[in-house]
Design a protein around this ligand. Structure first.
Ligand code: NOJ
Ligand code: CA
Length: 680
């Protein structure tokens, strides 16, 4: 054969080979050497990444890149222009949270890719590699070739290597995040929200999510084939899912990776990837417990709407304020106080006034009475997703609350997914998604306007939590999953496994305003709640939030003073948190230490199976003795019968003791370890 032809053939063959096999261009391991990320470019110059754990592949080569709406896609013909690495090991303090101090220890890899083709556009990808997970994001540099960026979709993939099962809720469906968790082979996932939690045959646990979702669309995960998942950004009425001006960064794509379900929860990856507090002095952000005119509305014994059943009357509000003051709750939520609930508020929201009260509710008098009794109203703004209408009144509405001493507001966006009404650039109403770019902006607008007035925000029907509480500590909680209200009217109501699912999925994202503590254990029309009474107490320790509601009616708490005592005692801000045991969807036990004292609290709960869980009290201070106040399921307790059977007893306890917790079907256990003076 002609020598020249041979050479051409060889070159062609090597390109073909390179096309099939990507070449590593950069690789960095975590500080303890547990995880390794490798960035590759294949023969077509398409970037990808892999993740190994202790030398074994966890994520096979997965694509990186973008489809653009008005320019050629940004995903091939790249070459490595530069790469760099650095290490960080720092500890920072949370103003409030599950633990006071958080260690942020990672190795970072930054690669700059540049197109070899005519456009010569650049894209940077930054990886932060921790021992318990990886975060990566794209950075769009300032460049004349790509200034206005219109992202049609993101191409990021997550190709899971080992056969795994997944716990997931559908993404892009009408009921937002309010679905029961499905547990299926990963290869049966369709399109899911994050956090998506998976467990491989070998027991490795991985949760895929995102951090610092700012001015961008939320990432859903769509299964491409086998166990290969791909980012799918929440849509926008504007066509392009994200529109930004460079320079900008995307949210972090996160993978928490641990040997156990408990290890996933213990990871601080999401918070660490968020920017530090941007609000300065946040001593005014104070965790609190609250009660309110709420459960009766969901039971339908009172109404948001005006008329004979109206719940938010001055008289009723006073009753709740007295109840809060008498029992040490700081907050009183009053829903349905303002005009606009009489029509079909679910469907529209245009009649809401955020400043005018119904005639039978005297806002100023109620707020003054609350102050007199040493409690604060928790404001309420239900928007029904009509954010254009809400934003028109936002500043005035917050000012009104501010004048009355109201320093927290619960917002609400009850509308089907895709039914958010926002004002477009031309002034017309555009229909958006709860987790699209428009809503990521809207929520931060509300949170920053509230911060100017030293007010906290608790959003219901929110955009998912991605750890922004670190940057905006006044964004104290969100809903964003099926909460207690489903036990009032849900069909079906929450099953006994629901909270054990939440802990290792939704709760990896951040605090949830679940509104626990319904000791009466019945919903609307007497529908049984699938929980024992002890489990309702355990929820205060298990489902973390810096604001916790005692959701039941005052008259129901009066019936169960023994159990109610735990709800009065339990703190909402923690110095430390340990997950003592747990399996996704089955059971979990938490130990948390009060940030304002020396006591420890344990909360344990199970699904429909009764269990005996062994724990070691190795979290207690060895230099102290403790008296444990135990609230446990009675021996005959079962959520289907004897749901109220509870044993309340005290026991001595010390560091290292081994205990067995007996949980009933649908049951739980709550314990307060009261510390005695230190032994000398
Ligand atoms: C849904 C919220 O989750 C619930 O807590 C509230 O009572 C209603 N919307 C009305 O705003
Ligand atoms: Ca809700």
């Amino acid at each position: 054969m002609h020598r020249h032809l041979l050479w051409v053939l060889f070159a062609l063959l090597s390109v073909l080979a390179a096309g099939a096999r990507a070449e590593p261009v950069a690789s960095v391991s975590s500080p303890g050497g547990v995880l390794t990320v490798t960035v590759k470019l294949n023969g077509e110059g398409r970037p990808g990444y892999t993740i190994d754990r202790n030398g074994k592949p966890v994520i096979a080569e997965s694509r990186l890149g973008f489809l653009l709406a008005d320019a050629p896609k940004l995903e091939r013909n790249f070459e490595l222009a530069a790469s760099g690495a650095r290490s960080v090991d720092e500890t920072w303090e949370q103003p409030w949270g599950e633990r006071r101090y958080i260690r942020n220890r990672y190795n970072e890899l930054r690669v700059r890719l540049k197109e070899k083709s005519a456009l010569k556009r650049s894209l940077e990808i930054v990886f932060r590699i921790y021992d318990d997970g990886v975060g990566f994001r794209y950075e769009f540099p300032d460049q004349p070739e790509l200034k206005q960026v219109h992202i049609a979709d993101e191409l990021t993939e997550f190709a899971v290597v080992d056969a795994a099962t997944a716990w997931w809720i559908p993404g892009g469906e009408w009921n937002r995040y309010e679905y029961l968790y499905q547990h299926t082979p990963l290869s049966e996932v369709g399109q899911a929200h994050t956090p998506l939690t998976i467990r491989s045959v070998g027991g490795l646990h991985v949760a895929i999510h995102e951090a610092a979702l700012v001015d961008y669309a939320a990432m859903w995960l769509r299964r491409v084939v086998g166990q290969r998942l791909k980012a799918s950004l929440a849509p926008s009425a504007d066509g392009a899912r994200v529109s930004r001006v460079a320079p900008f960064t995307t949210p972090w794509r996160t993978l928490q990776i641990a040997d156990s379900a408990a290890g996933l929860y213990m990871s601080d990856l999401i918070l660490n990837l968020n920017e530090p507090n941007a609000l300065g002095d946040v001593s005014w952000v104070r965790p609190f417990k609250y009660v309110g005119i709420w459960w009766s509305l969901h039971l339908d014994t009172e109404s948001w709407a005006s008329g004979p059943k109206h719940g938010a009357t001055t008289t009723n509000a006073r009753r709740y304020i007295d109840f809060a003051a008498d029992n040490g709750f700081r907050g009183v939520l009053i829903e349905g106080w303002n005009e606009g609930w009489d029509d079909d508020w679910f469907a529209d929201g245009s009649s809401f006034s955020f400043t005018r009260a119904y005639p039978d509710f005297d806002l100023a008098t109620v707020a003054a009475y609350a102050r007199e009794r040493g409690v604060r109203l928790v404001g309420h703004h239900e928007t029904s997703g009509y954010i254009a209408h809400y934003e028109d009144q936002l500043e005035e509405a917050l000012d009104l609350y501010s004048r009355l001493g109201v320093d927290s507001v619960k917002t609400g966006y009850v509308a089907d997914a895709g039914g958010i009404k926002a004002r477009g650039a031309d002034g017309s109403i555009r229909f958006e998604w709860h987790d699209g770019q428009v809503m990521s902006r809207h929520h931060l607008k509300v949170v920053t306007e509230a911060a100017k007035r030293r007010m906290m925000i608790d959003s219901h029907e929110p955009i998912k939590d991605t750890g922004l509480r670190r940057t905006y500590p006044n964004w104290v909680a969100r809903e964003g999953a099926r909460g207690m209200e489903y036990n009032a009217w849900g069909s079906p109501p929450n099953p006994p496994e629901h909270e054990a699912n939440l802990v290792f999925t939704r709760m990896l994202a951040g605090p949830m305003d679940f509104t626990p503590g319904v000791l009466s254990l019945v919903g609307r029309g007497g529908q049984p709640i699938q929980s024992t009474m002890a489990k309702q107490l355990a929820l205060y320790v298990v489902i973390y939030s810096p604001i916790q509601m005692a959701a039941d009616l005052p008259e129901n708490y009066a019936k169960y003073p023994g159990a109610f005592r735990f709800i009065r005692d339990v703190p909402v801000d923690w110095a430390d948190t340990r997950v003592l045991n747990g399996e996704v969807g089955d059971y979990v036990t938490f130990a948390r230490k009060d940030r304002g004292g020396d006591d420890w609290y344990v909360g344990s709960l199970t699904d429909e199976h009764a269990r005996r869980l062994r724990i070691t009290l190795d979290f207690l201070d060895p230099g102290r003795s403790y008296t444990a106040q135990v609230y446990r399921d009675g021996n005959d307790a079962d959520w289907r019968r004897n749901a109220h059977s509870i044993v309340i007893e005290t026991r001595p306890a010390k560091h290292g003791d081994k205990w067995e917790l007996a949980l009933a079907s649908g049951g739980g256990q709550a314990i307060r370890f009261v510390a005695a003076a230190p032994v000398r």
